[in-house]
Design a protein around this ligand. Structure first.
Ligand code: ADP
Ligand code: MG
Length: 702
């Protein structure tokens, strides 16, 4: 089979007329022979195994039964007719049901004849039935049952209506394969095939569709997954390398006075090993003459802000300005406060720009930025407005990147003259390693995987609403010790009204339980004016109030070292990474801190697992792994706008090892042949070019 064969229009395949071609186009994106070959089965059924009717449960996947039809009836009102066949084996009876094509199907069914029935059980009004099963007379040695593993293909109602259910798609593939000739385009090089012990593309394709045994199937799946992931990694690595080759960056050669003075005289503690390592990674980057594009991952409280500050000081030491952008005003204010304090002895000019900066002040700022009088600008989205111009911006820090879109980041790029500024993106929402490799594969990644010394692990406890009084008692004890407490309610956009009611009800009951003047309570939520919010926050930060009742607006960054208890109400309504973020608000001081997860008694399996995970670990990376497994990668923050996750066969959650291996092989391939110019890599280069043409959006990631 040649490239031409694969490029043949699908209408030329026997069994495909214009109508079927149309639905194949629309439902499966199949236009050519080659497209059909990569419609992969999503599961396989062992067609040598038969289920007994007595063992059928409603939650079973596809099953196969052998038995006879006892009766056939058409039931229901004229417009809601259904065909029901009663099917029995030696253990019981089950109904087979059809809603479409009734008369045609009925004419083909023979009572008292043995059939092999293949389908997926369903429950209707408490009774199990099998809707639209495939029926093969048992005596007919049909070719589909020749191989023990039968592929099940994704189908849709529209496909099924054109006879393209799983079996129909399988038949088309059989037709396609029978036209296959000797040669087949192999996209991987001989040396990769050998190093990774992969079967050829042709063998893999035959065996993925028509496996004879599980071992063959495994090899085929592995080969195709590897190929898919390899080309993704190859492309990302080439993009990263080409940025490095082509985009010059300001060479920050000096680690000068400010950095050294801060490090030696001002910094009140030793850097952790991880912080030292990351600072070195950053220094190497920005000293190289290339633009830095680095992602810094680290759990809440791991000391990322400090690393950011030190990076900014290097920029200043090289006579450039730096800026840092935070996702919320509260957080920007806080950065401003801590950073101003820390660098006070250095005599640097730091400014704050947010949405609430007054116009007069803003004008002043704009001028001072252009003249270079301001060294470091901190702020929110307000930083990326076009009016904000820098004299010579050399370093951009983006805190909590998942809240900024790609386009917003691009606007920051343009704010410096000549070369683009160095960019450090920080996130406290750890992304599992393998996902980071795929999503941010064109960025360099640094990880802070160590907390500053002396931190006590936060004790996490799961309590049911029924023990609320005990929880109140515990809160009182902590307050007596002089500590402060957060009580957080979920705020999910879809049910905003109900959520506010929950919040206000909660606030009332806490106010009753913790009466003034003995206790003081702050409340903060998204519907408050920002000055009122700020006032309430300040009362809590300064210790005037002991309890802060809030919605998840306080999620990001707020730092009150004296707060030791985080009570999360309706905890089951938060996602894992959010629970972890919120928990990170406590445990910032020297005292033992607690996180109490409040739920009602009715938890789903998924909810229970989230609570258990929180109770059992404080490790953000471990939590991210579980989160990804529970929600699937598409729901993780930051992944939505990316096209990279539309994988045909590999699974980003389950195939982590293959991702890692594919990246390794891609790295080695490029080390030897960076532009894929050698003849031994020509197949790889051609295939990559074809993929790039196909995926126009591939060039826009990150
Ligand atoms: P992140 O931004 O990663 O959430 P921060 O930089 O805000 O973390 O650091 C959290 C707290 O830990 C801050 O109060 C900071 O001063 C402190 N801190 C950071 N690095 C260290 C260190 N090496 N030793 C002791 N305390 C540290
Ligand atoms: Mg931070």
């Amino acid at each position: 089979m040649s490239v031409q064969y694969l490029d043949t229009d699908i209408t030329y395949l026997k069994g495909v007329g214009p109508k079927r071609a149309d639905v194949l186009n629309k439902e499966l994106g199949v236009f050519k022979f080659g497209d059909l070959l990569s419609v992969f089965p999503f599961r396989y059924v062992d067609r040598t195994k038969f289920y007994k009717i007595r063992d059928i449960k409603s939650d079973l996947p596809f099953i196969q039964l052998k038995g006879t039809i006892v009766s056939i009836e058409t039931l229901g009102k004229p417009r809601q007719k259904r065909l029901v066949a009663l099917f029995k084996d030696d253990t019981g009876m089950v109904e087979l049901v059809w809603f479409r094509g009734i008369s045609w199907i009925r004419s083909g069914l023979r009572p008292n004849t043995e059939y092999i029935v293949f389908g997926r059980p369903n429950v209707y009004k408490g009774k199990v039935n099998i809707p639209h099963p495939e029926m093969d007379p048992a005596n007919e040695k049909s070719s589909t049952t020749a191989s023990s593993l039968q592929a099940v293909y994704p189908s849709t109602e529209k496909l099924t209506a054109k006879g393209l259910n799983s079996k129909g798609i399988g038949n088309l593939l059989k037709e396609l394969m029978s036209g296959m000739q000797e040669s087949f385009p192999e996209p991987l090089s001989d040396s990769i095939l050998k190093t990774a012990s992969l079967t050829s593309k042709k063998t893999a394709l035959i065996n993925i569709h028509f496996p004879k045994n599980p071992a063959q199937l495994n090899k085929a799946q592995y080969r195709l997954k590897f190929e898919e992931l390899f080309f993704i990694q190859l492309r990302l690595l080439m993009m990263r390398d080409s940025k490095k080759r082509n985009i010059r960056g300001f060479p920050f050669l000096k680690v000068g006075e400010l950095f050294n003075k801060f490090y030696k005289d001002v910094l009140p503690f030793e850097l952790t090993g991880a912080q030292k390592r990351v600072v070195k990674e950053i220094r190497d980057d920005i000293g190289s003459g290339k633009q830095m594009n680095r992602l810094l991952q680290g759990d809440v409280g791991s000391g990322k802000t400090l690393v950011a500050l030190m990076s900014m000081l290097i920029a200043l030491d090289n006579d450039y300005q730096a800026c840092m952008m935070a996702p919320t005003e509260i957080l920007a204010n806080q950065h401003f406060k801590t950073i101003s304090q820390m660098i006070e002895p250095l005599g640097i000019k730091v400014a704050l720009l947010t949405g609430s900066t007054k116009t007069a002040k803003r004008k002043e700022l704009h001028a001072a930025l252009e003249s270079g009088e301001i060294n470091i600008l901190l702020g929110t989205h307000a930083l990326i407005e076009d009016k904000v111009k820098f004299g010579n911006l050399g370093m951009v820090i983006i805190d909590e990147q998942h809240r900024f879109g790609v386009a917003q980041r691009a606007r920051l790029w343009k704010k410096s003259k000549g070369n683009p500024p160095h960019i450090l993106i920080m996130t406290a929402t750890p992304i599992p390693r393998t996902l980071a490799m795929t999503l941010y594969g064109d960025l360099d990644v640094s990880i802070i995987d160590e907390l500053p010394p002396g931190r006590k692990d936060i004790k996490t406890i799961h309590r049911y609403d029924s023990s609320r009084l005990k929880v109140f008692g515990f809160m009182k004890e902590e307050i007596k010790k002089g500590r402060q407490i957060y009580v957080v309610y979920p705020l999910i956009q879809e049910s905003e009204k109900l959520d506010y009611k929950d919040l206000m009800d909660g606030y009332e009951s806490i106010s009753r339980e913790f009466p003034i003047p003995e206790y003081q309570i702050s409340i903060v939520h998204g519907k408050m004016k920002s000055d009122v919010k700020e006032f309430e926050m300040q009362r809590f930060v300064s210790g005037k109030t002991q309890i802060m009742v809030a919605t998840n607006v306080i999620e990001v960054g707020v730092d009150v070292a004296n707060a030791t208890v985080m009570v999360l109400e309706s905890a089951e309504r938060f996602g894992l990474s959010q629970l972890h973020q919120l928990r990170g608000r406590v445990g910032r001081g020297a005292e033992q801190s607690y996180c109490i997860l409040m739920t009602d008694g009715k938890l789903t399996g998924n909810g229970k697992l989230r609570m258990e995970t929180m109770v059992h670990t404080n490790d953000g990376f471990e939590i991210a792994e579980v989160d990804m497994k529970l929600r699937g990668p598409g729901d993780l923050e930051g992944t939505q706008q990316s096209g990279t996750l539309e994988l045909k066969i590999a699974d980003i959650v389950r195939d982590g090892q293959i991702i890692q291996y594919a990246r390794e092989i891609a790295t080695k391939t490029l080390e030897k042949d960076p532009m894929l110019k050698s003849s031994s890599n020509s197949r790889v280069a051609n295939h990559l070019a074809a993929l790039n043409k196909h995926h126009k959006d591939w060039s826009q990631i990150s």
